[in-house]
Design a binder for this molecule. Structure first.
Ligand code: PMP
Length: 371
């Protein structure tokens, strides 16, 4: 029972629709999609993304948008453009493993912070080469950053002149409540009207089609000030030359057909039910040894052991013997320290399998505690 990964349920991938779109993309746009694409991305796709993320507060143009080879490349480019060797990153702790991996070659110093208002963000942000945050249902913690903390972060980024990376793969996965404003939008509001000029604030917004359509498309984007986009274009040239023109065209055609919007209600209902099944199973079988909060969205529950000495690396090993896999907190810590917590995914498996997985995990906890 794999409760460790961060994968969507493959049954949600719109295979039929994408097969049809892909065939039309090659037939109708052959030379374009089979040749090299522009480094900055298909102009029509950039326009579409600019329109999608513009709102009453932030005006975006094509100059604000770079198409990337999914979200991971966006994070890689952030490192390439902004990180000096041994420079400082201010980031949530625990932090997304992929981001830790992307920036490891620069051997950065990490300054952890918790977006709960307990610290002065001006101090926390000062001196950082950038701040990294996943405000919607963070990976691994599942945490949703509230509006006040979003505003405080944006204010601190503007005041201290610090780049603020808003990584948002889970912004489309709210199971309850209205989506909270993006840091990008709050930053546009803070900046005020600038005529028809494109956004020039400190937020670097990164997004992806991986969770709303399918990760195999490897389509993502960065939205940022034009000078940041220009620097990233240079870095991308030396990285992969361009994102596949074929998958960019498929993504554009899928967007024009409203594919993600049509899929969304089904995906939300499916994952909401699974989240509820996981939380119920945790209450039924693991409440004596773990605490957790039911996440309002995303893909993960973060469970913290009541006994701070419970080593979840060891739990993972015993769990594997029982036929269940979770991700221990140590992999989300830049120093590899175990915090007596674990990440449990609820999107990949059916409710029945999730319940079975938690029963097996409870056996593993009992075995570990009796050692
Ligand atoms: N950021 C976070 C926080 C993620 O969880 C993920 C996917 N697991 C990504 C970025 C990147 O995903 P992709 O490269 O598939 O867009």
């Amino acid at each position: 029972m794999n409760l460790a990964g961060g994968l969507p349920d493959p049954a949600t991938y719109p295979a039929e629709e994408l097969a049809d779109i892909a065939a039309r993309a090659v037939r109708d746009h052959g030379p374009e999609v089979l040749g090299y694409s522009r480094i900055d991305g298909l102009p029509a796709l950039r326009d579409r993304l600019a329109a999608r993320f513009s709102d009453a507060h932030v005006q975006l143009t094509r100059e604000n948008v770079l198409v990337t080879t999914a979200g991971m490349q966006a994070l890689d480019l952030v490192g390439k453009v902004l990180l000096e060797p041994s420079g400082r990153i201010t980031a949530h702790s625990p932090t997304y493993l992929g981001a830790i991996d992307a920036w490891k070659p620069y051997r950065p110093q990490y300054r952890p912070f918790t977006p709960d208002g307990s610290e002065d963000y001006n101090q926390v942000f000062s001196g950082a080469q950038f701040v990294y945050t996943v405000p919607n249902f963070s990976n691994p913690s599942g945490r949703l950053v509230d509006v006040d903390q979003r505003r405080t972060m944006v204010e601190a980024a503007h005041l201290t002149g610090t780049w603020l990376v808003e990584d948002d793969p889970y912004g489309g996965l709210y199971y309850e409540g209205e989506p909270l404003p993006r840091l990008l939008s709050l930053s546009g509001e803070r900046q005020g009207p600038v005529g028809n000029n494109p956004y020039r604030g400190p937020v670097i917004y990164t997004g992806t089609l991986s969770k709303e359509v399918a990760p195999g498309l490897r389509i993502g984007w960065v939205i940022a000030a034009p000078e940041m986009i220009a620097a990233m274009v240079m870095a991308k040239q030396g990285s992969d030359m361009c994102t596949s023109g074929l998958t960019q065209r498929i993504a554009l055609m899928a967007m024009e057909a409203g594919l993600a919007e049509r899929m969304q209600p089904r995906i939300l209902a499916l994952y909401r039910e699974r989240r509820d099944a996981l939380c119920q199973a945790l209450s039924d079988h693991l409440a004596a040894s773990f605490t957790w909060q039911k996440p309002q969205g995303g893909m993960f529950v973060w469970a913290v052991a009541r006994d701070p000495d419970l080593d979840t690396d060891a739990l993972m090993r015993v769990g594997l013997e029982e036929g269940v896999c979770i991700t221990p907190s140590s992999v989300f810590d830049v120093t590899g320290r175990n915090h007596g917590a674990m990440r449990i995914n609820f999107t990949f498996n059916s409710p029945e399998r999730i319940v079975e997985g938690i029963k097996r995990l409870a056996k593993a906890v009992a075995r570990l505690s009796s050692k």
